[in-house]
Write a protein that binds this ligand. Structure first.
Ligand SMILES: CC(C)(COP(=O)(O)OP(=O)(O)OC[C@H]1O[C@@H](n2cnc3c(N)ncnc32)[C@H](O)[C@@H]1OP(=O)(O)O)[C@@H](O)C(=O)NCCC(=O)NCCS
Length: 219
């Protein structure tokens, strides 16, 4: 499978909500999503899609993918030219952020349970980091359940560190939130670390895609 990321549109909301209902106990309403997507001044929302065949970043119906900065380098390498619309490619994950002052707050990120463990969450987080960079954020922050060690590992991989807790933050079970912060995402050190992580992610996604294509050919 080939995975790619592009900006979320209002048409995407029903598919996003399906994944959300399998991922979170207190899902957002469609109205909330619409409001977030329309607030271009301070919000960015992305979807990850999958395709059984290569999809170009600069053809088809996904011109916005080109605006995802460094991420497009990964995407461009993965999707050699072909003509295809992204509308037939199912949504397998999504994520979003708010710009608050100089910081970007990751509001949500989730991968379809059937596609977890294949690098989709990492691809989405990369898209969010690029979006934060492009809207001039200095640092990223987020809240995560103290019990959610899977998500915490993803965040730590991308330089988030614990910076405190919000007691009983989650209303469904009264669980505490761990607050995590990156260092500045604009320093040469962070950019260099990010490049290295992206190089590994690129290799991982490419290897998975090639394996999948050869197994289809064998079958
Ligand atoms: C958190 C989530 C988005 C990760 O998505 P994913 O597509 O499965 O993640 P990836 O395959 O890209 O994995 C990226 C990293 O996440 C961590 N990770 C993913 N699955 C893991 C697992 N089962 N156990 C431990 N760490 C795991 C690892 O650090 C991994 O990097 P690695 O492969 O180098 O070890 C996904 O588990 C999810 O949707 N969870 C439910 C929603 C949620 O909790 N969102 C976070 C809210 S704060």
């Amino acid at each position: 499978m080939y995975y790619f990321v592009e900006p979320m549109t209002e048409d995407d909301i029903p598919e996003v909500q399906q994944i959300e209902s399998q991922s979170f106990t207190t899902p957002w309403s469609a109205t909330t999503y619409k409001r977030e997507i329309r607030n271009r001044a301070s919000c960015r929302y992305l979807v990850a899609r999958c395709s059984p065949t290569p999809l170009p970043p600069d053809q088809g119906a996904a011109p916005q993918s080109r605006n995802l900065g460094l991420l497009s380098q990964i995407v461009a390498a993965l999707f050699p030219p072909a003509r295809r619309s992204t509308h037939s490619c199912p949504i397998i994950g999504y994520g979003g952020l708010w710009l608050t002052g100089e910081d970007a707050h990751v509001t949500t990120i989730a991968t379809d349970p059937q596609y977890r463990g294949f690098g989709v969450g990492e691809l989405l987080l990369n898209g969010l980091i690029d979006a934060a960079y492009e809207i001039h954020a200095q640092m990223l922050t987020l809240e995560v359940r103290v019990s959610n060690t899977v998500a915490q590992r993803l965040y730590v991989k991308y330089g988030f560190q614990p910076g405190g807790t919000r007691p009983r933050y989650y209303t469904d079970n009264g669980e505490d939130a761990l607050i995590m912060w990156t260092e500045s995402i604009r320093t040469p050190e962070y950019r260099s670390r990010l490049s290295e992580l992206r190089r590994h992610l690129h290799i991982r996604l490419q290897t998975q895609a090639v394996r999948r294509r050869s197994s289809i050919r064998v079958l």
